[in-house]
Design a protein around this ligand. Structure first.
Ligand SMILES: [Mn+2]
Length: 367
C-alpha cells in the first residue's frame, strides 16, 4: 500500500536538489516570490511591494506591475522582458541555494588514534510504512527521521575522544528501490509516500549524522553496504554524500561497489556486509580468503559485522577465532516481517576498537 502525504516541510532545511518555480512555491520558500518581484521592481522596497500587493488591480496586471500611477516605472514590462527577468532571478536564486555542505569547525583538542569508534547502523528502512494495528507499531518517514537522529545523538554522547569515527551503514537504509514501491528485485512493500520524498528524508538524516560526527571527530569515514531492498539507492546515497562533502577534507566516503568492505585499525580489523548474499556463517572464512593481508595483520582480533536479519546473532570463535555478529535496526516489523514471525531488535550500536586489543567498549542505545 502506498500512502500519499504532503511534502515533509520540516526536512527541507537543506534542500537537496534544484527546484523549479512551482516547487519553490509549494515547498514554502516564501522568499522566492518576493525575491522575483523585487527584481522586477528594481529599486522598489519590500514595503512598497507589500502595499501594492493589497491594492486592487486589473485582471491583466501582474503583482509587480501594479505600481502607483505617478511612478516613472508604472509602465508594465513587455512580456519578453518579464520572462528574461524571471529567468535571471531564478538563476540567481538557485545559485544562492546551491546545495553545499555546511562548514563544521574541527574539534580543538588533540585526539588520540589508539582507539577507533564505529557506529553500526542496522537496517534503517527509510520509507517503510507500518501500522500499530497490523504489526504492533507505527513507522513512517517522520518517525524514522526522528528516531535515527535521536538515537544517533545519544550514541554521540557516549562516543570516545578519538581521532576517527566510522559510520558503518549495514544496508537496507531505504525500504524500497523503485517507483512501484518494490525492493530492488521487485518484491512489493508498504511504503510511506513518494520515492522522491523518501529519498530526501533519508539523505537529510545521513547528512545530519555526518555533520554531528564532524563536530566531535577530526575524521569521519562512511561506508554504505548494499542491501537487498536498496541496491540502487545505495549507490545514490554514496554519490550524493561524496558530492555533498566534496569540500570537506575530513570526510571520506567509501565508494567500492563490492558487497564487502574491510577496515584495519592496528592489530585489529573488521569486515562488513549486508548479509543477504554472503551469509553469517560464511563471513569469517570469506574474510580470510578475500582479504588475506588484512586478515594476517589483524593479530589481536577480527570481526565480521552484518545487518539484514533485524535481530541479534553472535557467533564467537568462528573461523580463525573471528567474532561474527549481526546488528538490528531501529524500525519495528512491517506487516510482512510480523506475519513471518520476525521481531526487530530496535537498537543502534557504537563499538570502540583499540589498536592493540580489539573491542574494548561498546554502547547500545534503544528507542
Ligand atoms: Mn535486508
Amino acid at each position: 500500500m502506498t500512502r500519499r502525504r504532503k511534502p515533509l516541510n520540516k526536512h527541507w532545511r537543506n534542500p537537496l536538489v534544484w527546484v523549479t518555480i512551482n516547487d519553490a512555491a509549494s515547498l514554502g520558500l516564501k522568499n522566492f516570490r518576493l525575491y522575483v518581484v523585487n527584481r522586477m521592481l528594481g529599486k522598489a522596497s519590500r514595503r512598497e511591494f507589500e502595499e501594492n500587493e493589497n491594492r486592487p488591480r486589473s485582471a491583466t496586471q501582474l503583482p509587480w506591475q501594479s505600481r502607483s500611477s505617478n511612478s516613472k516605472e508604472a509602465r508594465p514590462m513587455s512580456q519578453e522582458d518579464q520572462q528574461e527577468e524571471i529567468k535571471r532571478a531564478l538563476a540567481e536564486f538557485l545559485k544562492d541555494h546551491e546545495r553545499k555542505s555546511p562548514p563544521v569547525p574541527k574539534p580543538k583538542n588533540k585526539k588520540k588514534d589508539q582507539e577507533l569508534a564505529v557506529i553500526n547502523i542496522g537496517d534503517a528502512h527509510f520509507g517503510m510504512y507500518a501500522e500499530k494495528s497490523v504489526s504492533g507499531e507505527d513507522y513512517d518517514c517522520h518517525i524514522a527521521a526522528d528516531r535515527h537522529k535521536d538515537v544517533f545523538m545519544r550514541l554521540m554522547n557516549n562516543a570516545p575522544d578519538c581521532e576517527t569515527l566510522i559510520i558503518n551503514q549495514l544496508g537496507d537504509y531505504f525500504h524500497s528501490d523503485t517507483y512501484t514501491s518494490t525492493t530492488t528485485k521487485g518484491t512489493p512493500v508498504d511504503t510511506d509516500g513518494r520515492l522522491e520524498n523518501i529519498v530526501l528524508v533519508g539523505l537529510e538524516v545521513m547528512s545530519f549524522m555526518v555533520e554531528e560526527s564532524l563536530k566531535r571527530f577530526p575524521k569521519v569515514i562512511i561506508r554504505h553496504c548494499k542491501g537487498n531492498h536498496d541496491a540502487v539507492l545505495t549507490q545514490l546515497i554514496r554519490c550524493q554524500q561524496q558530492a555533498y562533502w566534496r569540500n570537506n577534507k575530513r570526510v571520506s566516503i567509501e565508494m567500492s561497489p563490492t558487497a564487502t568492505w574491510v577496515y584495519q585499525h592496528g592489530k585489529t580489523a573488521f569486515m562488513t556486509t549486508h548479509g543477504d548474499t554472503l551469509k553469517h556463517a560464511k563471513m569469517a572464512e570469506f574474510f580470510a580468503g578475500r582479504y588475506p593481508e588484512i586478515w594476517g595483520a589483524a593479530t589481536a582480533a577480527r570481526y565480521c559485522w552484518h545487518g539484514h536479519i533485524h535481530s541479534k546473532k553472535i557467533s564467537a570463535e568462528t573461523y580463525g577465532q573471528t567474532i561474527t555478529e549481526s546488528f538490528a535496526g531501529l524500525p519495528p516489523s512491517d506487516a510482512w516481517h510480523d506475519a513471518s514471525g520476525y521481531v526487530s531488535g530496535q537498537s543502534m550500536c557504537l563499538i570502540v576498537l583499540d589498536k592493540d586489543k580489539g573491542e574494548v567498549r561498546r554502547s547500545t542505545e534503544r528507542i
